[in-house]
Unconditional design. Structure first.
Length: 255
């Protein structure tokens, strides 16, 4: 008695997929997808800085300037809040009233920190992950490291933001006002009876008269050139000023 052994084939999953696709010519087998663990997303991202020649006209530059300008009133309010409540809380610790006052200061500092992260996201293209929530209860509030760092942020950033406001506004206004000088240089001799813009005009005690006016086309062009130098330096200045803000927000207001 002879037995015939039929060959057996090992059908892999890919073979079955091919068979199913051949049964349905209009349907293609789905490509195999490999799921890999995605790389961790950075807690903070920032857009690339515009090129030097485009920076004075780029929206990112004026958003950064808007950040330095609006930082002054925000810094004043945050500094007043932090110093007042901290001093009040420490001053009343002896009668235990200071503990809830300090807890309120830390809670408020956290809220101000959230607003700062929102401003940085909108104006600096900086996305910083919020810190973890504090433990419940008064003790959790008082031992909240993120709250203390946010309170420190409101204190130490106040003088820096005053300086940032003064420098950014001075360079921005002076740069464009001087660069556009040719467009309004005619105003001085027409309405003020000056030959040009008066830099100085005085007479010494000895009766010697000194005067200097910007009136010739060469002088006007030179003044305009100085203004454009300031215009192109302003984005670099503002970028350096806001870099300090970025570091402080990441380290004191982030996770």
């Amino acid at each position: 008695m002879t037995s015939t052994m039929l060959p057996t084939t090992d059908h892999s999953p890919s073979d079955h997929s091919a068979d199913r696709s051949s049964d349905h010519p209009g349907r293609t087998a789905p490509a195999a997808t490999h799921r890999t663990a995605s790389a961790p997303v950075s807690a903070s991202t920032s857009a690339a800085a515009p090129a030097f020649w485009r920076a004075p006209f780029a929206g990112a530059t004026y958003r950064a300037i808007g950040h330095t300008i609006t930082s002054l009133p925000v810094a004043i309010a945050g500094f007043a809040f932090a110093v007042t409540l901290f001093a009040l809380g420490v001053g009343t610790l002896a009668i235990w009233v200071g503990l809830p006052v300090l807890a309120a200061a830390l809670t408020g500092a956290r809220a101000l920190g959230a607003a700062e992260r929102g401003r940085a996201r909108a104006l600096l293209d900086l996305d910083v992950e919020a810190p973890a929530a504090p433990a419940p209860g008064l003790r959790g509030r008082l031992t909240d490291a993120a709250g203390w760092k946010a309170l420190l942020f409101q204190t130490v950033m106040f003088p820096w933001r005053v300086l940032s406001f003064v420098l950014s506004v001075t360079f921005l206004v002076t740069g464009w006002a001087v660069a556009l000088f040719p467009t309004y240089s005619w105003v001085f001799h027409r309405y003020l009876d000056w030959p040009g813009y008066r830099v100085f005009d005085f007479t010494t005690d000895a009766g010697v008269h000194h005067a200097y006016y910007i009136e010739s086309p060469a002088q006007i062009a030179a003044v305009s050139g100085i203004g454009f130098v300031l215009v192109f330096l302003t984005p670099l200045l503002v970028r350096g000023l806001t870099r300090v803000d970025r570091v402080a927000i990441r380290s004191l207001l982030g996770r």
